[in-house]
Write a protein that binds this ligand. Structure first.
Ligand code: NA7
Length: 489
């Protein structure tokens, strides 16, 4: 399930589609996302531009021809003036390095490679990872499996989505307001389609604070709870602690087994990518799953996994958790994962991997990297930390206009300068400096979830509005920060 509400988890540029394409629930699930994308492809006759089962294996910039030479699956060669990557922010799967992984005789699945038609009915399932994906999977399968063992390393704060069927009135409201909806999205921080709070936690008294937390909990959505309650939950210790306390209270009052509740309650700062659990088909939510006798939680801080054996997972207390199916909800080698595994070489043979070795993944405006001319990265390093579809749209608009201008001028070499990239990185650091996210930096946003990755900031935390302003300012100032490319030749 995407935890962005359906009406802003779509393209804004096809008015006819906005008015007529159906979305049944407030949150779209994977099959609907796929069906929507296939529909857009068919409607706009895009399939003719696509090659499937074709991986980019390498890309090298040739200064003499001023083109990119690509090698793709089957050792085929391609030549391109521009390369625009859409490699995905969260796409290269992360598998834990646990001894004995290969000895497991049951089924093993990563959540990002969920097999079609997988039936878990009556099976003994284990889920490793209780992040955004883990909480949704656990919520969905608790009811159908024979037993479910959740292996949790860091407990996190999960807020229910509040998902429900879309009523005709709601749909009519969206249809009457598409302009305002997308105007609000582009002028917001998170681009999630809800109004972000403009009041500080310190502006109101205890009762009002509780009322606001409760109201947003009931409306649902993790991002709404973090950014729609008070404008300082991610920057002010006291506001953050109050949000934590509120959610811990919900866990306490929901989970009847005290031992399970104790394990589920986080005590860290609430400053990771906020979690949002969906509804099971019977309407149950994440924490409610732990009231089932067949669902248990293993606290890996207390009893780490020692090894995986042929019939289950053994933890340090000597217990063997017997399983038929082991599910990895262990996330992704985020942001640069897909870039560094492809041999991308820019000027003078410099590889992207080497270019990012010291600094960590970086860019100018999230879309260009110095020494890599005419390479554009959609959802690249140091792009906006927001709802993704609107961010993709603004990046695509920026890239399209830059290329059109360069083509018109007859000087099609678009390359960011090192100075611009340094300034962009410094701005990203500055904007994130006051964020409490640094206090919980033990996660994928900072590259901490994959051993060996550089620990550093990977996003622009200024919000979509500020990001759009930066792109506009760059274009208005003759593509400042790029080597000149728009002068008529
Ligand atoms: P996340 O958010 O990276 O979560 C991965 C989870 O897996 C998290 O709970 C991790 O625990 C856990 N994990 C990772 N490696 C291990 C090992 N070795 N042992 C135990 N537990 C482990 O990935 P998601 O797929 O949930 O979500 C990614 C994004 O997709 C999400 O933010 C949305 O933007 C969509 P940890 O917390 O690191 O202790």
């Amino acid at each position: 399930m995407s935890d962005t509400e359906s009406y802003v988890y779509r393209y804004s540029w096809d008015r006819d589609d906005l008015l007529n394409y159906t979305f049944k629930e407030h949150y779209v699930k994977q099959p609907e996302v796929l069906a929507y994308l296939e529909h857009v492809v068919e409607k706009h006759d895009l399939r003719k531009h696509m090659r499937f089962n074709t991986a980019m294996l390498s890309a090298s910039w040739d200064d003499s021809t001023q083109r990119w030479d690509l090698t793709v699956t089957g050792d085929q060669k391609l030549s391109a003036k521009y390369v625009i990557t859409g490699l995905g922010l969260l796409s290269k799967q992360n598998y834990p390095d646990i001894p004995g992984l290969d000895s497991f005789k049951g089924e093993m699945h990563h959540t990002a490679k969920w097999p079609k038609g997988l039936s878990l009915d009556g099976k003994r399932a284990g889920v490793i990872g209780c992040g955004s994906t883990g909480v949704q999977v656990i919520t969905d399968i608790g009811r159908v499996v024979k037993s479910l063992t959740c292996f949790q390393r860091h407990p996190q704060y999960s807020v229910p989505s509040g998902d429900s069927k879309v009523t005709p009135e709601y749909r009519q409201w969206a249809n009457d307001n598409w302009d305002q909806i997308f105007h609000q999205v582009r002028n917001s921080i998170t681009a999630f389609g809800f109004k972000e709070s403009e009041i500080s936690y310190h502006d109101v008294g205890p009762e009002e604070r509780e009322r606001i937390f409760e109201e947003n909990w009931q409306k649902g959505n993790g991002f709404r709870f973090m950014f729609g309650t008070f404008n300082d939950v991610t920057t002010d210790d006291e506001a953050n602690k109050a949000a934590c306390e509120f959610i811990r209270g919900k866990i306490e009052s929901t989970v009847l087994d005290k031992e399970k509740a104790r394990k589920l309650k986080p005590y860290d700062v609430y400053a990771r990518r906020p979690l949002c659990d969906g509804n099971a088909s019977n309407g149950e939510k994440y924490y409610e799953q732990f009231n089932r006798d067949n669902v248990d939680i293993v606290d890996l801080k207390e009893t780490p996994i020692e090894q995986i054996e042929d019939n289950g997972v053994r933890t340090s207390d000597g217990k063997l958790h017997e399983l038929d199916v082991l599910i990895f909800a262990t996330g992704f080698d985020a942001v640069e994962g897909n870039y560094t595994r492809i041999a991308i070489h820019g000027r003078d043979g410099l590889s992207l991997k080497d270019a990012w070795e010291e600094s960590g993944p970086t860019s100018y405006l999230g879309v260009c990297v110095p020494e890599f001319p005419n390479l554009f990265t959609i959802t690249g390093a140091k792009g906006p930390f927001t709802n993704i579809p609107p961010a993709i749209e603004v990046q695509v608009e920026f890239i399209t206009e830059a290329i059109a201008l360069a083509e018109k001028a007859g000087a099609p070499i678009i390359e960011a300068t090192h100075e611009a990239e340094r300034e962009w990185s410094a701005l990203c650091e500055k904007l994130a400096a006051n964020s409490l996210f640094w206090k919980a930096e033990d996660n994928w946003i900072f590259g901490a979830n994959v051993p060996g990755k550089k620990r550093c900031l990977r996003f622009f935390f200024g919000g979509l509005k500020a990001y759009c302003e930066k792109l506009t300012e760059c274009a208005k100032n003759g593509y400042a920060g790029f080597k000149p490319f728009a002068e008529e030749s």
